[in-house]
Design a protein around this ligand. Structure first.
Ligand code: ATP
Length: 454
């Protein structure tokens, strides 16, 4: 089995990720996050929010609605531009994204090219259908990726609304509310997390591309002269963010978009790419969106979206730097990075998830060596549980309990044995090195705290 299959099997076996609507035969490309997966996802979100929102004086948070006035999507360009070129194979009816097919087979981007140009490229290069190997394509059609639904009881076009395809627009439309109701001064940023929806033509690769996903987005508003410098700062901050979560630098690549590849709103974009088991693919993007969005919303809403510098009195439309990360995609990267099947001495092996202790779903597990020690061990557990994500496990051989915690990525296991009753110490076993150390129960909390935040 490949790495992706191994990770998917572990996710199901240990309660990280299940196929959506499983007992009904599933619903294609939907996933449910189980007990450990939902905790891990929340830990990544919390760490992101703490790092980029809570801990900074120049950042604030926002939680805007998923359903928005449809005019928002006219202004943002999503109604006219947010589409993929969709082609059908006339022979086997397979549906593909022409841009992705060209990217994969010819290693070229077609961003900004017309459907006619894209079609000519597919036919000239005789790009075969991945399913039946024929070259019998329909001409590409622009397929809008926004999910449509209706608000209220009458299903007519006046009641039509869209599920947001990104969280960013909620920030732009609240720019005036934010500057009116807070004392934020430029440069400042707004962070928002939440669900986004895209009716992707080719979802897949487990949770890499789904139709419902979560985003962690920041819009950082700056004076136009500061945009380039702040752009570079954000790229570096995200590089450090991934490093601090244990993503290996050789697996991460920062790639600048070529001019013709840029989206309609962007003057500069870099993608963070990760080497997934299926090849290099996007993890996140940082874009300089200029003043495109605020200008568009000012025009479509008729409301002024400007900023007056309180010192110089200069009035201008701020520019914006946008680091946009998918939470579920970050989760996939961290699952892939964590997974290891390790050969041990004596021909044994173990599966271990090397999650960074900051985000591990369980940070410490407490075991009584034998059930008769449970009463004392539970006291240790209760004490730790107020400070850490902790689990208590008293059943089965100790080796088995270690293996289970290794698979869910618990960095520390604490065993209470017969000596503990005498010397007030416990054995702390570290996940990665499997080294064991005796630690006084009274020192346990600081011992673990220091290791987690080392
Ligand atoms: P792609 O080229 O992979 O379709 P994109 O460039 O359209 O992605 P953005 O619009 O920049 O993506 O979205 C920002 C981030 O949101 C992406 O870097 C990714 O992490 C995440 N994301 C986007 N689409 C999906 C999806 N369908 N499933 C999971 N995450 C997604």
């Amino acid at each position: 089995m490949g790495l992706m299959e191994d990770v998917m099997a572990l996710c199901k076996r240990r309660g990280f990720v299940y196929a959506g609507s499983d007992i009904y035969g599933g619903l294609a490309n939907t996933w449910d996050y189980g007990p450990y997966g939902s905790q891990l996802k929340k830990n990544i979100l919390d760490y992101w929010w703490k790092t980029f929102v809570e801990n900074r004086d120049d950042m604030i948070g926002l939680d805007s609605a998923i359903l928005m006035n449809p005019r928002v999507w006219e202004a943002s360009g999503h109604i006219s531009n947010f589409s993929d070129p969709l082609m059908d194979c006339k022979n086997c009816k397979e549906r593909v994204r022409a841009d992705k097919l060209i990217e994969e087979k010819l290693n070229e981007s077609v961003e900004g090219q017309s459907n006619e140009e894209i079609f000519a490229k597919v036919m000239d290069s005789k790009l075969e259908c991945p399913s039946c190997s024929k070259v019998e394509w329909t001409e590409p059609r622009a397929f809008n990726l926004m999910f449509k639904t209706y608000q209220g009881v009458i299903e007519d076009t006046a009641a039509q609304v869209y599920l947001r395809p990104e969280t960013a627009q909620g920030i732009f439309v609240n720019f005036k509310n934010i500057t009116d109701s807070t004392r934020m001064r430029l440069p400042f940023g707004v962070g928002q997390y939440g669900k986004s929806f895209r009716n992707e033509i080719t979802p897949g690769n487990f949770i890499f591309r789904t139709r419902e996903f979560e985003q962690l987005e920041i819009e950082y508003f700056v004076h136009p002269d500061d945009a380039d410098a702040k752009f570079d700062e954000w790229v570096e901050m995200y590089e450090n963010f991934f490093k601090s979560l244990g993503v290996r630098s050789e697996k991460l690549k920062i790639r600048a978009h070529a001019d013709k590849e840029l989206s309609h709103y962007s003057t500069k974009t870099v993608d963070f790419e990760y080497e997934y088991p299926f090849g290099w693919g996007e993890l996140m993007g940082v874009a300089n969106r200029g003043c495109f969005d605020l200008n568009q919303h000012a025009e479509f809403s008729g409301k002024k979206l400007e900023y007056r510098d309180p010192i110089t009195n200069e009035v201008f439309v701020p520019h914006v730097v946008e680091p946009a990360l998918g939470l579920t995609r970050a989760l996939l990267v961290l699952l892939l990075e964590a997974y290891e099947e390790e050969e041990l001495e004596g021909g044994e092996s173990r599966t271990v998830m090397h999650f960074d202790p900051k985000i591990a779903p369980v940070q410490v597990a407490v075991f009584p060596l034998q059930k008769k020690l449970s009463e004392d061990a539970i006291k240790v557990y209760r004490d730790l549980k107020t400070f850490f994500r902790a689990e208590f496990d008293e059943s089965g051989a100790i080796g088995k309990r270690y293996r289970r915690q290794d698979e869910i990525g618990t960095p520390f296991c604490v065993t209470f044995d017969f000596d503990s009753q005498e010397d007030g110490s416990v054995t702390v076993r570290e996940r990665d090195s499997m080294s064991q150390e005796r630690v006084k129960i009274e020192d346990l909390r600081t011992y673990i705290m220091d290791k987690i935040w080392a």
